[in-house]
Ligand binder design. Structure first.
Ligand SMILES: *Cc1c(COP(=O)(O)O)cnc(C)c1O
Length: 345
């Protein structure tokens, strides 16, 4: 059972009176003379402040994601939603969070910035998570559990029943980062939102949607959590150009299915070619647009590739990833270039 939200949210945030912008106070459509926001009447269409709550965009996202607008937060990348979680829930110097490890580095960086203890629970040798271990790492001051599925840098989806065990067994907030869900066989947890008020799901336009440059991240959660996120965020956190370009992408959501299909086919081809390389010892199963491969000597192979102008991610110093390279799936010619370089190593 989740603790009451009031007990989980920092006291100062719970009682915070948010900044009220001109656009918050008047957002009707009928008016035609806007002299309320100290904007410049010239230089259209860039002269006006954007919608602080991105209503048009959320309405388009609702259709694609099947999540009501009131359950959507949009931010400057998922990174904003990650940082906000600390600022909303965690008292610096007092609270802690629990996370799987290895995983995405931003959870720890934001914990460190906000002076929050970061407790790591190692995955097992198959990169699987065990709910009871995560729950055992929690105490009265644990506000958040971080789960990433499909996980970065390991690539695998975590067991859905184990994730649900964590959500059901924890009194605080569980954040499941689904940045790679569009590539996955595993279903999103979006349908679980209505029945799990302590769940926050993160998604992004940076990966399958091919829009890393525009910086648009999403958090799906209860209306109460979204309302608190909205009062803590910068008033105009998602700029107009980003909102416009996201609308363009959302007009044709089936385009994304094409990207995904091609990338998954290329992933299969690249992974089996890696399996045949004498310098590759193991290719790990993946549900994302990248895979992890254990090499004979990750550092030397990484340096060799850099020398040829080909950059992969060296994860050899990450826990449980000794001698591993993380390879993002590129287009056919990029993937071929990588393979021919490795065959000549
Ligand atoms: C790439 C990635 C993101 C995306 O972050 P943005 O700020 O939305 O670009 C989020 N989580 C994980 C685990 C990632 O790998």
């Amino acid at each position: 059972m989740m603790k009451p939200l009031e007990q989980l949210v920092r006291k100062n945030i719970w009682s915070l009176a948010p900044y009220s912008s001109a656009r918050d106070e008047y957002s009707g459509k009928e008016a035609h003379v806007f002299l309320d926001a100290n904007e410049n009447p010239y230089n259209e269409p860039y002269n006006r402040y954007p919608d602080p709550l991105q209503r048009e965009l959320k309405s388009a996202l609702k259709k694609v994601k099947g999540v009501p607008e009131e359950n959507i937060f949009l931010g400057n990348g998922s990174d904003e939603a990650i940082d906000l979680a600390y600022r909303v829930f965690c008292n610096p110097g007092r609270d802690n969070v629990v996370s799987i490890a290895p995983t995405y580095g931003m959870y720890q960086v934001c914990a460190d910035i906000n002076d929050i203890e970061f407790r790591q629970v190692l995955l097992d040798d198959n990169y699987e998570m065990h709910a009871d271990q995560l729950l055992a790492a929690c105490d009265d001051h644990t506000k958040i559990i971080w789960i990433c599925s499909p996980n970065n840098p390991t690539g695998n989806s975590l067991n859905r029943d184990e994730i649900l065990k964590v959500i059901n067994g924890f009194e605080g907030i569980v954040i499941v980062d689904e940045a790679y869900i569009d590539f996955a066989q595993q279903l999103s947890l979006r349908q679980e939102l209505a029945t799990h008020p302590n769940l926050i799901i993160l998604q992004t336009m940076s990966k399958a949607w091919g829009s890393a440059a525009i910086r648009l991240g999403m958090a799906f959660a209860s209306k109460d959590i979204i309302n608190i996120y909205n009062k803590v965020k910068y008033p105009y956190n998602v700029n107009q150009l980003t909102q416009q370009q996201a609308m363009v992408m959302l007009k044709d959501p089936f385009e994304i299915d094409k990207y995904v299909k091609i990338l998954l086919a290329e992933r299969g081809r690249l992974m089996s070619a890696f399996q045949d390389l004498p310098i590759c010892e193991q290719v790990y199963k993946t549900d994302a647009n990248f895979f992890l491969a254990k090499m004979t000597d990750a550092q030397a192979i990484y340096d060799y590739l850099v020398d040829k102008g080909i950059i992969v991610r060296n994860r050899t110093r990450v826990q449980l990833c000794h001698n591993c390279l993380r390879v993002t799936i590129g287009n056919r010619s990029e993937n071929n270039e990588l393979l021919s370089a490795l065959r000549q190593y």
